[in-house]
Design a protein around this ligand. Structure first.
Ligand code: HEM
Length: 124
C-alpha cells in the first residue's frame, strides 16, 4: 500500500518522535545524547518538531542557530552517517512523497555541512 506524504504537524511529530526513539536505542548516538549531552527530551523534542515544521512548512517557528550546540560534542563523521541513515530509515518507513524526499534531502545536506564544519573546527 502506498504511504502518504508528510501532511501536517501531526506527521512531523510522528517523524521526530520515532526518529529520536531510534537515536536513543542506538548505542553510540544514545550515548552522545544522553550520557555526554544529558539532553532533556521534554525540551528537545518540541524544539525538533518546530525545526522540521519550519523547514518543511515554513512555519517560522524555529529561529535558533543549531550548529553551535553541536560543536562541543564528540560527534565523528561516522556518527553523522549513522544519524542520517536512521533519519532516512524513519522517513521511509512512515512516509512517501515530495515532502518526505525534501526532508531526507535537507537532513543529508545539513548533516554533511555540520560534519564538515566540525572537521574544520578541529573536533573530529
Ligand atoms: C550525530 C549527529 C548529531 C548529534 C549527536 C546531535 C546532538 C544534538 C544535541 C545533544 C543537541 C542539544 C539538545 C539539547 O540539549 O537540548 C542538539 C540540538 C539540535 N540539533 Fe543535533 N545532533 C546531531 C545532528 C543533527 C543534524 C544533522 C541536525 C539537522 C538536520 C540537527 C539539528 C539540531 C537542532 C535543530 C537542535 C536544536 C537546537 C536548539 O535547541 O535550538 N542535529 N543536537
Amino acid at each position: 500500500m502506498k504511504k502518504s506524504d508528510i501532511r501536517d504537524d501531526k506527521d512531523i511529530k510522528i517523524l521526530v518522535h520515532t526518529f529520536y526513539g531510534k537515536v536513543q536505542d542506538d548505542e553510540r548516538l544514545g550515548y552522545i545524547f544522553n550520557d555526554v549531552a544529558g539532553v532533556d527530551w521534554d525540551h528537545h523534542l518540541p524544539r525538533m518538531v518546530d525545526f522540521w515544521s519550519n523547514l518543511i512548512f515554513q512555519t517560522g517557528r524555529y529561529h535558533g542557530k543549531p550548529f553551535r550546540q553541536h560543536l562541543p560534542l564528540p560527534i565523528r563523521k561516522e556518527d553523522f552517517h549513522r544519524w542520517y541513515n536512521l533519519f532516512v530509515e524513519t522517513v521511509d518507513c512512515c512516509f512517501e512523497g515530495d515532502r518526505a524526499d525534501y526532508a531526507k534531502e535537507m537532513a543529508g545536506k545539513i548533516a554533511a555541512s555540520f560534519s564538515l564544519r566540525m572537521e574544520m573546527e578541529g573536533n573530529c
